[in-house]
Design a protein around this ligand. Structure first.
Ligand code: TRP
Length: 361
């Protein structure tokens, strides 16, 4: 009985191509690696990828008065592994709260939706906490799961794990959130309802206005009867929040600094990592944590493949990520503004975090 399917759709591919789930990615393991240049992506990047990375780095690093780097580039193979480590840090309670709520309420969540339900996940990572939802659904129907993820290594791990669940078929999309979601939405049959998962408070990485805009775009790909499960980290005391983004073991600092190392590896940059320190700031007016990489001394930065030279003053920072925090009362409004109705909300008792179930109006 063929109950398991694992496929991957990569950027630039139009059709899901059946393939052995392990072959291509494992073929290079015994070649000798040069650590400076050879942390190569496990799968080939599309030709446009380096040009786009270079253009994004150039545009964001030259922003004034505040230089930036786009947070999506935190997640290369090493970055994704470091993020997995962040998720088990005692100080970063977010992922455990997210997982606890999913484990405890998976039945309630899937019971709110009519069969047949297919599941799409935006930024699945390794997909571990999604297991609860998939198992709850697979108890009543064969379930299709579409993880959408830009990190090939995270996507491979996710496909391998979730492909093991009986009556769950996995088709991974190596694409950005909206491109992936559009591909999934076009692929499904008319009778299928879609449950979109956007977990771990990734919505918080958008500025509030951009977050609304993003949810509206998600809504456009959906039909009446579809749903969005949205994870939101809630406002808590500032000290707890700062520690969650600047842990004493330095894993989060390594995760953040890896973005500079990635620019060195892939674009030939000359960042000296020891001359930067990771800093987490609480911005009370915007209700968000901001992550910065602060130059310890004057830095002359040259990034040949981005055709860029900049000078960083001592103490000047590069802003790499924001993580917005919410209060439960603002979520209903957020749903209504973006074409949804929030029909249920579950809050973790240990770490203020909410799972919100939105129905497409
Ligand atoms: N974006 C996630 C969050 O807001 C991931 C994250 C955790 C992160 N720690 C970080 C991103 C540190 C940048 C820097 O929780």
């Amino acid at each position: 009985m063929a109950t398991r399917t694992v496929q991957t759709v990569r950027a630039g591919e139009n059709n899901a191509k059946q393939r052995a789930s392990t072959s291509a990615r494992n073929s290079a393991v015994d070649t000798v690696r040069n650590p400076a240049t050879d942390l190569a992506p496990a799968t080939p990047r599309p030709a446009s990828y380096l040009a786009e990375f270079a253009a994004d780095v150039r545009a964001s690093l030259t922003k004034q008065p505040q230089r930036e780097l786009p947070s999506k580039y935190l997640y290369d193979e090493l970055g994704s592994a470091l993020f997995e480590a962040i998720c088990v840090l005692p100080e970063y309670g977010l992922t455990r709260a997210d997982a606890r709520l999913l484990q405890r309420h998976a039945r309630d969540i899937v019971d709110a939706l009519d069969s047949p339900v297919q599941v799409a996940e935006l930024g699945s990572g390794s997909g571990k906490k999604t297991r609860w939802i998939l198992e709850a659904l697979a108890r009543r129907q064969r379930t299709y799961y579409y993880p959408i993820e830009i990190s090939p290594s995270a996507l491979a791990a996710c496909e391998k794990e979730m492909g093991q669940i009986e009556l769950v078929s996995v088709v991974g999309y190596e694409k950005t959130y909206l491109d992936g979601l559009r591909a999934v939405a076009t692929r499904r049959d008319t009778q299928d309802n879609l449950l979109v998962l956007f977990l771990g408070s990734s919505i918080g990485n958008f500025d509030r206005g951009a977050g609304d805009e993003f949810l509206r775009e998600v809504r456009k790909t959906l039909r009446h009867g579809d749903a969005l499960l949205l994870g939101t980290d809630l406002v808590k005391d500032a000290a707890t929040q700062i520690l969650a983004y600047d842990d004493p073991t330095g894993v989060t600092a390594a995760f953040d600094l890896n973005m500079l190392a990635r620019i060195n590896r892939e674009l030939g940059g000359n960042f000296v990592l020891s001359q930067f320190r990771h800093q987490a700031r609480w911005n009370d007016a915007e209700r968000r944590i901001e992550m910065h990489l602060v130059a310890r001394s004057l830095q002359e930065i040259h990034i040949p493949r981005a055709n860029l030279r900049i000078t960083l003053e001592p103490g000047e920072s590069i802003w790499t990520e924001s993580s917005h925090k919410y209060v439960t009362s603002e979520i209903d409004d957020m749903a209504r503004r973006t074409g949804f109705q929030c029909i249920d909300q579950w809050v973790d008792a240990q770490w203020p975090f909410a799972q919100n179930l939105f129905l497409a109006e």
